[in-house]
Design a protein around this ligand. Structure first.
Ligand code: RB5
Length: 153
């Protein structure tokens, strides 16, 4: 079973605990990178750490949560190799896997209700990258990220 890295800020502490329980129940191994309370923290401290855990292969995929899912996804996306998708619907969550091979899912605890967040997580976990023409597009991102001046070729 895959290992899932989890991280959140204070706005999403409750939802992170909820999703942790859900993932454990599904049989996933969870690495919880915090935060561990509703005390105010800075979302980059968690988004970047989860991104690094996925990027170095310590975890297979990651789920990051803040108030909107935006700040923490921007943070995770600064880590090389991370394709974090902020999703608040099932279709985006599935397509982020099928077309973009997202390796981090970002959720907004102030956007989605806990039960719906669980559905988004399940949709994302169960979807697979389609490959084909989508590989070329992802490779362009990776080449740009690596500083290749010919990344568009
Ligand atoms: C924290 O108040 C809030 O700004 C944060 O959780 C997130 O929504 C940022 O994108």
């Amino acid at each position: 079973m895959e290992v899932i890295a989890l991280g959140c800020d204070h706005a999403a502490y409750g939802l992170k605990e909820n999703i942790k329980e859900y993932l454990t129940g599904l049989g996933y191994e969870v690495r919880d990178f915090g935060t561990d309370s509703a005390k105010s923290v800075d979302y980059p401290d968690y988004g970047i750490v989860v991104g690094e855990a996925v990027s170095r292969g310590a975890c297979d995929r990651g789920i990051v949560i803040c108030g909107t899912g935006i700040g923490i996804s921007i943070s995770a996306n600064k880590v090389k190799g991370i394709r974090a998708a902020a999703c608040s619907d099932l279709f985006s969550a599935r397509l982020s896997r099928e077309h973009n091979d997202s390796n981090v899912l970002a959720l907004g605890a102030r956007i989605v209700a806990p039960e719906y967040a669980r559905s988004i997580v399940k949709e994302w976990l169960d979807a697979s990258f389609e490959g084909g023409k989508h590989v070329r597009r992802i490779l362009k991102i990776a080449r740009y990220e690596s500083g290749d001046p010919d990344w568009k070729q």
